[in-house]
Design a protein around this ligand. Sequence first.
Ligand code: BGC
Length: 477
Amino acid sequence: MPAVVIANTGDVPEFEGKITFNVIVCVVIAACGGLMFGYDIGVSGGVTAMDDFLKKFFYEVWERKQLAHENNYCKYDNQKLQLFTSSLYVAALIASFIASRTCSKYGRKPTMQLASIFFIIGVALTTFAVNIEMLIIGRLHLGLGVGFANQAVPLFLSELAPAKIRGALNISFQLFITIGILIANVVNYAVGKIHPYGFRISLGIAGVPALMLCLGSLAIHETPTSLIERKKVEEGRAVLKKIRGVDNVDREYDSIVHACEVASQITQPYHKLMKRESRPPLVIAIVMQVFQQFTGINAIMFYAPVLFQTVGFGSDAALLSSVITGLVNVLSTFVSVVLVDRVGRRALLLEACVQMFITQCIIGGILMKDLKITGNLPSGDALVVVIMVCVFVAGFAWSWGPLGWLIPSETFPLETRTAGFSFAVSSNMLCTFVIAQAFLSMLCHLRSGIFFFFAAWIVVMGLFALFFAPGDERRSC
Ligand code: BGC
């Protein structure tokens, strides 16, 4: 959350400004935030599928996997194992509320620095973990990092980037998330053969974007909006001149001062958000997140290697298949960048619902027919499952993935935008937590039915998109 709170995605006024060094730093920061989050989404499923990791921390699960008559659907059903993945999202949920305060009170820059510090601590704890407790505490620190970064980074971008590239940065953030997931998949595949500590390398590499964010955030300026908001008006003007690389920044400066005045009149944005007139955007923001997660995307993103092992692939082939789905995810997000303003939001959402519904049903159907409690799927079937997972991921990646974030960022009016968006972020984290914590148990109890469960949600979200989702109109303020 990947939280993409880019403030202006619609028609934006043109102000003077060049593509300065600061703008480049801005893109690098966006990349680090997205990569950090994406890497963590992708890394957990890969290490979970590695025997060395299981033997060290989840011996019971490893032992169950070795049994000749292991239950295909239940071999990974273990609450603690799921907690390894899900704990990050509980911490991120809590942190995103605290971060919205630190962002306004102390600024975007210290909030990002705090994020990278939590992140570096989390990486150190997980990489050198000696027991489950240390591992989970490490994941909680990573979650705090994700929560702080997901609130501060997009805000920072929206305020620092020149208006004309803000919209592009919005979807780029999602793009960097998908690239982060792909890198994690590739790393998992590459280090899976290094025994016994390949998983530690996977966990440790998460420190690279965290360190980059930490160093990058030393080199950046606080945003003019944050300075002006906190009454450091002259400093705000000076920074604006510096980052735009021109002397005449009066128009943009006036517009920031005006925006800060409007925002300061709303002393209780959360209170305003609860008013009847704010309900439609609030409902849309929350519902988009719930639906996005109940497509089942993170069942795939977190547990693809586990799922592919469940249908009978060996550890290596399962990790390789995840690299393929990760690649499809990245490439399909590009499709969204190109199509979103041409064909409109509703069309993309609806088309993807049809595509995701069909693929979930086919996967469920194949497993129901051919994957018994023990024994493998015939290899032809397993291949069809991988292809269907790719088609499913493609549909998600050009629709509900980026639009799940873009639409909420476009629908709130200025006065309630930040508060409203923090609801979107936290709803996403909550649903992500639920899926991460429940998927492997649901797979064990519902077996192939889990895919029909997600298919049913897709029907509901299709109806929602048909009747309530915005078409191709964009916000104009
Ligand atoms: C979602 C994540 C998901 C990712 C997959 C994002 O939009 O919020 O939960 O893992 O897309 O690319």
